[in-house]
Design a protein around this ligand. Sequence first.
Ligand SMILES: Cc1cc2nc3c(=O)[nH]c(=O)nc-3n(C[C@H](O)[C@H](O)[C@H](O)COP(=O)(O)OP(=O)(O)OC[C@H]3O[C@@H](n4cnc5c(N)ncnc54)[C@H](O)[C@@H]3O)c2cc1C
Length: 359
Amino acid sequence: MAADPRENVPLAPFTTLGVGGPARFYTRVDDATGVIDAMDWAGARGLPFMVLGGGSNLVLADAGYPGLVVHLALRGVAARVAGDAVDVTAAAGEQWDALAAFAADKGWAGIECLSGIPGLVGATPIQNVGAYGQDVSETIVAVEAIDRRTRARVLLDNEACRFGYRTSRFKAEDAGHYVVIGVTFRLRPGGPPAFKYAELSRHFAERGIKAPSLAETRQAVIEVRRRKSMVLDPADPNARSVGSFFMNPVVAAGEFDGLAARIIADGVAASPEEIPHYPGGSGRVKLSAAWLIERAGFMRGYGRGPVGLSEKHTLAIVNRGGATAADVVALAREVRDGVRDRFGIALQPEPVFVGIGLD
Ligand SMILES: Cc1cc2nc3c(=O)[nH]c(=O)nc-3n(C[C@H](O)[C@H](O)[C@H](O)COP(=O)(O)OP(=O)(O)OC[C@H]3O[C@@H](n4cnc5c(N)ncnc54)[C@H](O)[C@@H]3O)c2cc1C
């Protein structure tokens, strides 16, 4: 940590949702030693400590953060051949989408469907970032981190990260214990792009492209995302969000059967096939949160005053201008409770809440 932290620094401008109060203390660090110094600085004063990346998955309380906020600015990308693959190690402060562009440009497959996702590399393992049928747990071979409890630099392999759907140990049982300083992805030179989603297949079919390249796949993903306001764009009011606010619920097969029977009895769908559902792993069923939200009466653009659902994507809660964290949370509660009352399904939020929550 080169200089003493600044005091009372507004955090909302560092977030994509644009809500939340100031940090009591704020600093930027650009190397691992700086991260440890910052931990020591906060520790010596008995202050809480939190890491800020690109601020694209955060809902910060209006009261602000009562401790030290450490903005990560560690930079650097290195590639090394590993048999038929190439291992790309990126520092936590690198922009994620710049890395996705770099890989597509080199012809290295594995992260092309994750193009256009905001935020920094260091945050990608936290919630096992994913989109269009790909997620980072498929390519991460190692995460380098500093353990806040021991100040030791540790290297965690893929298994040790305990990745799940939009989660990992860093977001769950070990939340706040590790600061990720670098991530290594194993990519496949010359590998074919993955496009498991119908939307992407349709995109290429419409253009008569039979075997899209990685670069074409990246462009297609960005185009599809842009139509849904899922890429950051200061000119797009629907992009002032944290992306999807709710995760797709994953339920036991029996629970799905019961839900489908209720939905059909209610006349919301005529058959289970009309209810969007996908394999959720281990015999479980993944439902579409967007479908449930819409069928519970919350359509795109729903909301009042400074917050609303995106006009382009039911799952995004948007700051229409001048919203507070309390406004965001009030709308999120209304949607969550509406879905629970209508379908008995408890939607779980995707972003990280700091100093505020839905309960
Ligand atoms: C328009 C839009 C579209 C999005 N689309 C997607 C999508 O398709 N798929 C998807 O998975 N997500 C998506 N997101 C969510 C978000 O972009 C990702 O979760 C992203 O990885 C967050 O990165 P960040 O650097 O902004 O993290 P931040 O928001 O700064 O931090 C998020 C959490 O991670 C912690 N954290 C951040 N960096 C580190 C680190 N180095 N070490 C330890 N903890 C850390 C923070 O303390 C915080 O708890 C979208 C968001 C937006 C705004």
